[in-house]
Write a protein that binds this ligand. Structure first.
Ligand SMILES: Nc1ncnc2c1ncn2[C@@H]1O[C@H](COP(=O)(O)OP(=O)(O)OP(=O)(O)O)[C@@H](O)[C@H]1O
Length: 360
């Protein structure tokens, strides 16, 4: 039996925020040293959650505890103002003070924490050095590139030794090359950060590269969470499936078949019974011009809804009783004369699908 004491998470939040026609209601736990990425479609509530953690948007209900301090609990009339929270933020709309040098931007937080000017500046210089900007301390934000400004913002957030680090799309404003370098650098700083970190991103690559755990938010609720490997292997919503590039269908498993609506079925190597999800990559879908014979018993009719170039392949959107996407080579597409509106038949091999229960 495991007798290790269960340590409470460093951050323990039940965040409830009401906005016109929208309610955020998410439970969020983050351990010391853990990086959690909030992912979700536009308007899901990610930024609202981050702003609630920072204290920029008070909770309407629920409770937020960080370490041993309750930061926000409306029913106990408890609210710690943003500047009094041990929180470092890197927000798009909250970057740098334009009139201060990079050094003074970074020294600002430590000064507020009571560090004398000279010590605060020395700390700022150490952090600028750590983010690779030793020679830029005297520059003002307008004399920095986007990537450099982003790194100063990170240094500023980390210089206060925050218990909680919040990052809102930290790499979004950067070009592809800078993004790659900054992502690697951010990864190093997050690994060194002893506190909790919560990151909001639209980019699955950022989330997979930086986070220990993904929390998927849709319409103000957590719809799935887990380590990146599990979430990407076993998506539970269409949004997550699209994010990781898989077709996701839901049906009723009966041994090695998952029965879908309208009497169609998908074969699977996994043996399962009951409500099930089944996933497969677009490259696993085979298209046939006519209904195949007994060599492909589990096929379904589909209408080509769209064809786009996708790397070396063509990505075909298929509508019908089973809505999927298929990746085919240009040669196959030409052979099938794939055009929008065309009727085809689709199938997938058991060895290319994975099925898992809908229930926990
Ligand atoms: N200032 C505001 N006043 C009222 N409602 C708002 C305000 N800002 C956002 N909302 C609403 O709150 C909901 C959540 O928005 P939020 O910005 O948190 O989503 P998000 O997941 O961060 O989206 P995105 O990916 O587009 O940034 C949306 O329905 C949005 O319309």
């Amino acid at each position: 039996m495991d007798r290790r004491p269960v340590t409470p998470p460093l951050l323990d939040g039940h965040l409830v925020v009401d906005r016109a026609g929208f309610r955020l209601d998410v439970r969020l736990h983050v351990a010391a040293g853990e990086v959690v990425a909030l992912l979700g479609p536009n308007g899901a509530g990610k930024t609202t959650a981050l702003r609630a953690l920072a204290g920029l948007h008070p909770l309407d209900a629920g409770r937020l505890r960080l370490d041993s301090t309750v930061l926000d609990q409306p029913d106990a009339r408890r609210f710690v103002r943003p500047e009094r929270r041990p929180v470092g933020v890197v927000f798009q709309d909250y970057l740098l003070f334009p009139h201060l040098t990079a050094r003074d931007n970074v020294a600002f937080g430590p000064r507020r924490q009571g560090l004398p000017r000279r010590a605060a500046r020395a700390r700022a210089d150490r952090w600028l050095d750590r983010v690779g900007l030793a020679g830029y301390a005297g520059r003002r934000p307008r004399e920095l590139s986007g990537g450099q400004a982003q790194r100063v913002a990170l240094a500023r957030a980390l210089a206060v030794h925050p218990t909680l680090l919040l990052l809102d799309e930290p790499l979004a404003a950067l070009d592809a090359r800078t993004r790659l370098d900054t992502r690697a650098e951010l990864h190093r700083h997050l690994t060194d950060h002893a506190g909790a970190a919560v990151l909001v991103t639209h980019d699955p690559l950022d989330a997979l590269a930086l986070a220990d755990r993904l929390v998927i938010v849709e319409d103000g609720r957590v719809v799935q969470e887990g380590d990146p490997a599990t979430v990407t292997a076993r998506p539970r919503t269409d949004y997550v499936a699209r994010l990781v590039g898989l077709n996701l269908l839901r049906g009723r498993a009966d041994g090695h078949l998952v029965h879908l609506a309208d009497g169609f079925a998908v074969p699977t190597a996994d043996r399962l019974d009951g409500d099930a999800f089944v996933v497969f990559p677009p490259t696993a879908v085979t298209l046939h011009p006519d209904r195949p014979g007994s060599d492909a018993p589990h096929t379904w009719p589909a209408t080509v809804a769209g064809v786009h170039r996708h790397g070396d392949h063509l990505r075909v959107q298929l509508a019908g009783p089973v809505s999927t996407v298929a990746d085919v080579t240009p040669a196959v597409a030409a052979g099938l004369r794939l055009l929008p509106g065309q009727q085809v038949w689709a199938s997938v091999a058991a060895g290319d699908t994975r099925a898992y229960p809908v229930g926990p």
